[in-house]
Design a protein around this ligand. Structure first.
Ligand code: LIP
Length: 288
């Protein structure tokens, strides 16, 4: 296969994201017509399925040799290979979409040799577009380079806004680890806590990563995400000077399908704040 033209792919993905955005903003989902996958905290709508169908058909027409991995057509056991693969979440933030909370995105990524190389994340309600090509920087609306301001040093968790997500798993070891960690992060220092500036939980992993890339969120921690939640945002964050490591303490290596993510914004003190964060993680996540 000829070397893929990443700029062309990036531009094409943006056009696909805009088309998907029209489908999303004109849909009228309701809580009564919404389907559940694993449980009542894991939703799917007809629009998720229709958008994925449009995206996969459009991408397969244009790039017939590329593989495709999408949230709505993924089957347990499917795994990411070294082949160029589009990794797609048609609606990241389905719960927000159903409840008409406008923090929703379409997340379109391309991985080659299992490394994310192109990312497009688009919120059609706010018309906010984040995009990046590996080695060429990350941008908001194709014009403003990320991060959006000169990053201050990461002075420590007691100066940080930390984004977390509850995920749809609401029982078992990982739920215990998460909730105990959230409590510890918020608690006062007298009680052995980190006393963070604030914990935020917005409901779209892709947009959360873009929030870290933009610089407004210092750290984002989630376990249980899938490659389609993170592939596109991964490129955007890395190109904005941030990085992602394993959410479990002590493991610096992470892959796009590693399922536990700790993302840190650009700024002096990145490694130190990761280690500080891990010191507050109350146990080990089993998901992976
Ligand atoms: C959702 C994420 C959210 C996470 C959920 C879920 P969906 O994606 O983006 O941040 O906490 O577990 O994965 O299901 O809306 O595409």
């Amino acid at each position: 296969m000829a070397e893929p033209n990443l700029q062309e792919i990036h531009d094409f993905l943006i056009s696909v994201a805009k088309k998907a955005g029209e489908m999303i903003t004109t849909a009228r989902p309701s809580t009564t017509q919404t389907g559940e996958k694993k449980n009542s905290a894991d939703l799917v709508t007809e629009t998720d399925q229709a958008v994925e169908k449009m995206v996969s058909t459009t991408l397969k027409d244009k790039y017939p040799d590329f593989s495709f991995m999408g949230e709505e057509t993924y089957k347990p056991g499917d795994s990411l290979t070294a082949a160029p693969t589009f990794i797609v979440d048609p609606i990241d933030g389905t719960t927000n979409f159903v409840h008409a909370y406008p923090y929703v995105s379409i997340s379109l990524g391309l991985a080659i040799k299992r490394q994310p190389v192109v990312g497009v994340v688009y919120n059609p309600f706010t018309q906010t577009l984040y995009s990046a090509i590996k080695g060429h920087g990350a941008f908001l609306n194709q014009t403003q380079r990320l991060p959006l301001r000169e990053p201050e040093p990461l002075r420590g968790l007691d100066n940080a806004v930390v984004c977390i997500e509850w995920g749809s798993e609401r029982t078992g070891n990982d739920y215990e680890v998460k909730t105990a960690t959230f409590k510890k992060l918020c608690a006062s220092k007298d009680e052995g806590g980190a006393m963070v500036h604030g914990l935020r939980s917005f409901g779209s992993a892709a947009l959360n990563l873009c929030g870290v890339a933009s610089g407004g969120l210092d750290i984002y921690w989630e376990a249980g995400c899938w490659p389609w939640d993170v592939c596109a945002g991964w490129v955007i964050l890395s190109e904005a000077g941030g990085f992602i490591v394993d959410g479990n303490p002590g493991n610096w290596n992470q892959s796009v399908d590693g399922r536990r993510y700790l993302a840190v914004r650009k700024g002096e003190g990145q490694k130190k704040i990761v280690e500080e964060f891990w010191s507050f993680v109350q146990g080990k996540m089993e998901v992976g």
